[in-house]
Design a protein around this ligand. Structure first.
Ligand SMILES: [Zn+2]
Length: 515
């Protein structure tokens, strides 16, 4: 028996070595990019499987080798450009499949470089070796055939049922991810098409021109800004010097309000359309955003964003953005976002006309990682020692962004509004939003309004706010009312807030504070 095995091994040596070489080269890129030891172990098992397969099936071997080499190009690209550990692969696949063709082209132009070409060449080279292997190498395995298929089956059963579901690991997760992305895409596409169709036929009344006070309306939608970290709202550090100087002019209205939800993808639609905490989906799909309201009233409308436009989380937002006359997205996604200054560059280059314009400026604000959200040179805490100081720096930087927007438009009949989509939990140990159950801090947001012209409706709003905090679920009505394009003052004093998904409703007053 031993002799037979030895003879079989020696007579098939070149077949064995060549098959092994192809297997090693196939797994090599994945080894190099592997983010952790668990994954490396998984790859090692995969390599053993690859080496055993050609003992009993050349066809199965070819399928594996072709599949993994093609996956290597995608996974390698992600690892090289985005970091393997950081980015899970789904958002990248979404970029490829969810974005319109021109964006995919843009993506390829910006993010495919020589390293990708080398990887593609390498994979093609391995496939060429496979082709040689299939054509020129044969074997006379008998005992190895049985051992090989036995080992293969054993490992496969183990990996699938005991060690870990095989579909959670690259490269095998790739087809699953593509399937779910394609499925999501179809559903979302249908929903958004229906919404666009609905809005096309919507009838909106034009308001009396005389009541319209402003030439420039700028809504700065903050991100994860917790007002408890703003000096303007009583924080101990001077995080908002500009807003406080503006307060001295007595033309700044500092209001008490809560965000309707703790998730961006729901808060923006709720803030900007007729959707609210209790009636989300149907109302969102069957109402326009304020962009369309202002457009109907002859404002040139702009959606200017430093946040990503691609992906499931953003589709409800990009649907509203598409209502604007002009859209500008500075980023494809969150990972590559520059500081919010890029929006100033865009605004400053814009040839604004003397007519009426309305801007929705969606900033990155205090989106984690906070350290990437501000200019280190002008930071409040120059050498931030911890995450709270980093967070405060991002608040301080948003205040600077507001000052620059103000400088740009201060000589116009200007209405400048700053609010945030939701707040943020922040202390030395933990931070973030979208908790369940949620904390108060996820809803405590700034809501400030500055006007260069006298506006009795703002004084009225300020008085109304003394009766109780506003829920920003009716922000859309507030903006239309104070700008004079609508006479419908529809304030919400509701204490109900949504957490994570529309099905979770909490009374804000019963929530605990994070700290
Ligand atoms: Zn957000």
């Amino acid at each position: 028996m031993k002799q037979k095995i030895q003879t079989e091994f020696y007579t098939n040596q070149s077949y064995f070595y060549f098959g092994t070489l192809i297997s090693v080269l196939t797994i090599l890129p994945q080894f190099l990019f592997s983010p952790n030891s668990t994954h490396t172990l998984f790859l090692a098992i995969t390599l053993i499987v690859l080496i055993t397969i050609p003992k009993f099936s050349k066809i199965l071997f070819s399928v594996f080798i072709i599949f993994i080499n093609l996956s290597n190009i995608l996974i390698g690209h992600i690892a090289l450009h985005w970091g393997y550990a950081l980015a899970d692969i789904k958002p990248r696949i979404e970029v490829a499949f969810l974005s319109p063709i021109y964006e995919s082209k843009e993506y390829i132009a910006r993010y495919i470089d020589y390293r990708d070409y080398w990887l593609i060449l390498f994979s093609l080279f391995v496939l060429f070796l496979l082709f040689r292997f299939l054509r020129h190498f044969t074997h006379s395995y008998k005992i190895f055939r049985i051992i090989g298929s036995g080992v293969f089956a054993l490992i496969l059963v183990n990996v699938t049922f005991y060690i870990n579901p095989i579909r959670e690991f690259e490269p095998f997760s790739v087809p699953c991810e593509i399937c779910t992305v394609m499925d999501d895409k179809n559903k979302i596409d249908q929903i958004m098409k229906a919404r666009e169709e609905y809005i096309r036929h919507i009838k909106i009344l034009e308001a009396n021109k005389k009541k319209q006070l402003y030439d420039k309306i700028i809504i700065v939608m903050g991100e994860s800004a917790n007002k408890n970290h703003m000096a303007l709202y009583g924080y101990k550090y001077p995080t908002t010097p500009f807003l406080m100087s503006l307060q001295q002019t007595h033309q700044l209205y500092v209001l008490d309000a809560i965000a309707p939800t703790n998730q961006t993808r729901y808060s923006l639609p709720i803030d900007l359309t007729e959707a609210n905490v209790h009636y989300y989906e149907d109302r969102y799909l069957h109402s326009c955003s304020i962009l369309t309201n202002f457009k109907t009233n002859h404002y040139e409308t702009y959606w200017i964003s430093n946040q990503g436009r691609v992906g499931k989380n953003d589709s409800s937002i990009s649907s509203m953005a598409s209502e604007a006359n002009t859209t500008f997205f500075a980023n494809l996604n969150y990972l590559e976002a520059k500081t919010d200054e890029v929006l100033l560059d865009y605004l400053n280059k814009l040839q604004t006309n003397s007519g009426k314009e309305m801007f929705l400026v969606h900033i990155m604000g205090s989106h984690s990682d906070y350290i990437n959200r501000y200019n280190k040179g002008t930071a409040l805490f120059k050498n931030a020692k911890n995450i709270v100081e980093e967070y405060d720096n991002s608040i301080h930087y948003s205040d600077y962004i507001l000052s620059q927007i103000y400088e740009r438009f201060k000589n116009d009949k200007l209405l400048l509004i700053y609010l945030s989509d939701h707040g943020e939990n922040i202390n030395l140990d933990n931070n973030g939003h979208g908790f369940l159950p949620p904390f108060k801090d996820e809803y405590t947001v700034p809501f400030v309004i500055y006007s260069t012209v006298k506006n009795p409706r703002l004084d009225e709003l300020y008085r109304d706010n003394k009766k109780g905090y506003f829920n920003l679920e009716n922000f859309n009505d507030i903006v239309q009312y104070i700008s004079g394009i609508s006479n419908h003052k529809n304030l919400s004093y509701s204490h109900d807030v949504m957490a994570v998904e529309p099905t979770n409703i909490y009374d804000f007053d019963t929530l605990e504070s994070f700290n």
